[in-house]
Design a protein around this ligand. Structure first.
Ligand SMILES: *Cc1c(COP(=O)(O)O)cnc(C)c1O
Length: 398
């Protein structure tokens, strides 16, 4: 099928809740994808960060095929070998946390919020941050500190309030005897790539310990590997009581996870929470394969190495092109804040064979696969430089 044939199916049969690019991606390999007309693109925003190992990594493909032939799904009232092995992988890369498996980031966050309330009952209030993003279920949009995600859905879930990132006093002010948790992304992704400061997280950890509250990290985007450590919290040296992950956790398969320190995890007793598909055999087999590939190919090492190259190249582009207000990078999470709208830059890049994203109108965002090479970055940044030059001229920015 060509793009317009595929598009006509969508016009007729699919709900129109997404703003779609005029593109149908039909094939992918590594950091490259092909559209329905056979045009090739370098993908530095693969699957919104889901394809952390690139598209169709051979180890993931092999694990999915192998598992599909053995057992596709079995219910969670049986012991599931692949789920146990994946939980072991996750726990040993982290700090001995126990796992509950879900299907998505929002579902993991929903479960984390339930677990926090259950563990701390009758306390129920949760402080989150402005400009955060936690997903689209009811508790997750309530936790999300951006009113436009909540508009039209009132009444929301009671008990949430919003502090400012890196402003400990603003959190402290919202905490009272009924507060059970503070929940945040260690680096805000959708909000525009804003990292938390280490001292801010340390102060929150100390306060949560003192008040017997839980610290929850939404690591749906910052783990695994993304920040140059297995989990984002390890980059900051501050361990949360509960963390959630999803996106690239299972090499592209739909899987989310809640990981909690054992004494907190113990509150999730039989009957308190469940997920039919959660921890499904294929997803977990893919997850184990993803972690093996990340280890064998030293993707953490690659992220640390290429990080220096990204900084250097971006500084050059900034000097050459201008119109760049700020560059924010932690590991392979890159935000380039422009002094003019970014949508035209994204379009120009796409027309010239590069896929990137723009969030909050002016922040170009890239979430490259963990195995992206120096050569691929150089190719991508060359296209980006030309696009920035053209769009800056059009926007008339000095
Ligand atoms: C993407 C994202 C979510 C939502 O994940 P879904 O799988 O779309 O539900 C939640 N939190 C963060 C930090 C995210 O980046």
């Amino acid at each position: 099928m060509n793009t317009s044939e595929i598009k006509s199916l969508f016009d007729k049969y699919v709900m129109s809740n997404y703003t779609r690019l005029p593109l149908a991606i039909v094939r992918g390999k590594g950091n490259w994808v092909w559209d329905a007309e056979g045009k090739k693109y370098l993908d530095l925003f693969p699957g919104w960060g889901v394809a952390g190992l690139g598209h169709c990594h051979p180890k993931i493909v092999e694990a999915v095929k192998r598992q599909a032939e053995k057992l596709i799904h079995v219910a969670n009232n049986f012991y599931i070998e692949e789920q146990g092995l994946f939980a072991e992988k996750l726990s040993t890369k982290a700090s001995g946390q126990k796992c509950f498996f879900a299907n998505s980031g929002a579902e993991a966050n929903e479960g984390a919020i339930k677990l926090a309330r259950l563990h701390c009952q009758p306390r129920y209030k949760i402080v989150t941050l402005m400009h955060s993003f936690h997903g689209r279920s009811f508790a997750a949009i309530t936790a999300t500190g951006q009113p436009h995600y909540q508009k039209g859905f009132a009444p929301l879930v009671p008990g949430f309030s919003y502090a400012e990132i890196n402003d400990f006093a603003s959190v402290e002010k919202l905490v009272d005897d009924e507060t059970c948790a503070v929940m945040l992304e260690p680096v805000q992704g959708e909000g525009g790539v804003y990292p938390c400061e280490k001292t801010f997280l340390q102060k929150l950890r100390e306060m949560c310990d003192r008040k017997k509250m839980l610290l929850i990290f939404d690591e749906v985007q910052t783990s695994p590997c993304r920040l140059g450590e297995w989990f984002g919290y390890q980059h900051f040296g501050v361990t949360p009581d509960i963390l959630t992950s999803a996106k690239s956790i299972a090499g592209g398969m739909p899987l989310g996870v809640i990981m909690a320190l054992p004494e907190v995890a113990a509150s999730l007793k039989p009957g308190t929470h469940a997920s039919t598909f959660g921890g499904n055999s294929i997803g977990c087999a893919a997850g184990v394969a993803a972690f093996e590939a990340m280890e064998e190919e030293d993707m953490l090492g690659n992220i640390r190495k290429q990080g220096a190259l990204i900084d250097q190249r971006m500084a050059e582009i900034r000097g050459k092109v201008g119109g760049i207000a700020q560059i924010r990078r932690v590991g392979f999470m890159l935000g380039v804040e422009l002094e003019f709208p970014g949508a035209a830059v994204v379009d120009d890049c796409r027309e010239n064979g590069l896929l990137i994203n723009c969030t909050h109108e002016k922040v170009l965002r890239m979430l490259p696969a963990f195995n992206t090479t120096a050569d691929e970055f150089n190719q991508g940044f060359a296209i980006l430089t030309q696009a920035l030059k053209r769009c800056r001229e059009t926007a008339g920015v000095k």
